[in-house]
Structures are given as C-alpha cells and as structure tokens.
Design a protein around this ligand. Structure first.
Ligand code: SF4
Ligand code: SF4
Ligand code: FES
Length: 329
C-alpha cells in the first residue's frame, strides 16, 4: 500500500500498515512511517523547520511536537514512528505553547527576514513574541568562528543574544549568511550522508556558539565544497543563497512575483537531471531541481546548478541580445 507523496522518500517500507488516530480521525500508514506522515495524510499542516522530505530526520528544532496519549513528554512528529493504536493530538494548548517558545527563541536570535514565508508565518500562527527577550544585543566583537567550547560570552542583561555575524561572500556562486541560520542541520545532512557525501560543512562549537562551518572555518574555495548547491536547495531561511539572488536583493531588484519557472533538462551529461529555471527580466536568476523527482530528489551538480551563464552570455548593450546570441549559435 502507498500513501502518496507524503511518505518520507528515504525510507523503505514494508507492506504492513499501522492504524492510529490523529485529532480524532483514524488513519493507516505503512509500518515504518513517521507520525508526520499520518498527520499529513489526514490533511493537517504541521509546522516543520529541520524536517525535509528528502532528508533523514535529525530532530533538531522541535517545532513539530505533538501530544501522544500515554507519553510523558511531547513527541517530535517528524522523527517518531507511527505505531498501531497511537492517539495523537496536534493542536493542544501544550503543543501550541511549546511551538510558541521555539519560535520566540529562534526569532529573537536569528534574522528570519529571508526565511520561507511559511517559516515567518509560524511566528504569528503561535502568537510568538520574540521582542520579550529585549532588543538584539550589540555586537561585542566576538567572532563566532573563533568561539571555543565552554567559552560562551554572555550578552548584556536586557538584550537578546543573537547569532549576528557578517555574511560570508568568498566566491561567485553562493553566499553564506549565518546570521540567518537556525541550525536546522539540513545543509549538513544534504552535504553529507543523505545526498552529496562531500562533508564540506559540519557543526562547530556547542550551545549558543554552535554554528555551521567548513573545516577550520576556511573560506569555501579552500574547503572540500564542490559547489553542488544542494545545501542551498534545502535551507529554509535564506542563510544559503545564490550569489545572483543575493546581489539582486541587495540592489532591491529581486521580485519573485515577476519570476517564471521553466522546467528543462540539463544539457551537460547523460544523466539528464531536470532543471527548474527561475527567470526574471528575461534572465535566469537561479536554478533548482524538483524535490519529488525519484532519482535526483532536488539535487544537482555544479554544472546544472550554476553553469547557466552561457545561455545569456550576450552583449548587454545589444537590444534583444539574447535572441541575437541564440541566432548566432
Ligand atoms: S555546495 Fe555542495 S559540497 Fe558545497 S557545502 Fe553545499 S552541499 Fe556541500
Ligand atoms: S545554513 Fe540553512 S540549512 Fe544550514 S543549518 Fe542553517 S538554516 Fe539550516
Ligand atoms: S521538524 Fe521535527 S524536530 Fe524539527
């Protein structure tokens, strides 16, 4: 039996099913599916941050927690298995209170201004009030990249500690702005065992000093990164961003309402990955790949992800240059 596209893409299921109750509705899912699969199957939209359909759950953010009858603690829906006879409640006062606090802690310490709309929406959905921790703490010159475990520098009383730090712009392809990072680990999963197996990035430090870093915090060109951009594809906050998008946002010209998406096939090799070209003002501004593709599950290599400049390598001063360049080739 299948339950459609809601079932996690990296899990192998048996033919057996389990039946459980979600907010009073009985639902059956394959044995081995997680609680979130059952929740989605009954049509309830549960908040998630660190969960990705194409990634193994890491259980890092706790925004997806639900009540399970008989369980002392709240249970992360993304990571806990659905079991026969479970009684799940997804929207109790206790659940809402927990989600509210998660969003308050995140939104008070991280710049969520570029985060996916749904992520920004959670702040309002759960009446989170990040301001209650005070204004963002002034920068004290402490570099997060140099933080050592056990040497956390406390911020001034009355201010909210933040992960503020300058963006890392060290290559032409993508920008890392970790002041927008919620430490969901999705990029680490994507770069590591779940997809790319390059292990260019990991988590350095502990506690509030934990941050995503290359080995020895080296600039990206000196790291193991192969510029596949599969980390950008899964980042929910805009902490990882195409340089093209970053530049347009800085210039105030980024406008998703003016963008179209066209699916095509990558021309570089016989694998034939599907590319979704995001186009604004007759120019490709970024390239993604569909998450629901069985083979590539949203991933690409450097050529498909970033090698599209040749398409629009025309003379800027020539009117209709793209057509002329195309005609000449
Ligand atoms: S671009 Fe690819 S190799 Fe580089 S950090 Fe991201 S996932 Fe890893
Ligand atoms: S950079 Fe993005 S994907 Fe990586 S941990 Fe931070 S928020 Fe998550
Ligand atoms: S989405 Fe479940 S713990 Fe983050």
């Amino acid at each position: 039996m299948t339950v459609g596209s809601t079932v996690h893409k990296l899990t192998l299921y048996t033919n057996r099913t389990v039946t459980l109750s979600v907010d009073g509705q009985d639902v059956s899912v394959p044995e081995g599916a997680n609680i979130i699969d059952a929740i989605e199957k009954v049509g309830i939209d549960t908040p998630t941050l660190c969960y990705g359909e194409t990634l193994k759950p890491v259980n890092a953010c706790r925004v997806c927690v639900v009540e399970v009858e008989g369980s002392r603690t709240l249970v992360p829906a993304c990571a806990a298995k659905a079991e026969e006879g479970m009684v799940i409640k997804t929207d109790t006062e206790r659940v809402r209170h927990s989600r509210k606090l998660v969003m308050e802690l995140l939104a008070s310490s991280v710049d969520l201004s570029y985060a996916e709309e749904r992520v920004q929406g959670y702040v309002g959905d759960y009446d989170a009030n990040p301001e209650r921790f005070g204004p963002p703490a002034p920068q004290n010159g402490h570099s997060r990249d140099e933080a050592h475990t056990g040497h956390h520098h406390p911020t001034e009383v009355g201010y909210a500690a933040t992960v503020q730090q300058p963006p890392k712009i060290d290559n032409d392809l993508y920008v890392r702005d970790y002041s927008k990072c919620i430490l969901c680990y999705k990029c680490v999963q994507g770069c590591g065992t779940d997809h790319q197996n390059t292990f260019a990035i990991g988590v350095a430090g502990r506690g509030f000093d934990a941050r995503i870093a290359t080995e020895f915090s080296n600039p990206l060109p000196d790291s193991a990164c192969v510029y596949c951009g599969n980390c950008i594809a899964v980042c929910p906050t805009g902490a990882l961003m195409f340089k093209s998008e970053w530049d347009m946002r800085e210039a105030g010209t980024w406008d998703e309402s003016e963008q179209t998406q066209t699916s095509t096939i990558c021309p570089y090799c016989g694998v034939g990955c599907t590319l979704d070209l995001h186009v604004q003002d007759n120019r490709i501004v970024k390239v993604t790949s569909p998450m629901d593709h069985d083979v590539t599950v949203g991933n690409l290599c450097v050529k498909g992800r970033f090698g599209w400049q040749f398409v629009q390598n025309f003379d800027e001063e020539t009117p209709n240059g793209s057509e002329e360049a195309g005609a000449a080739s």
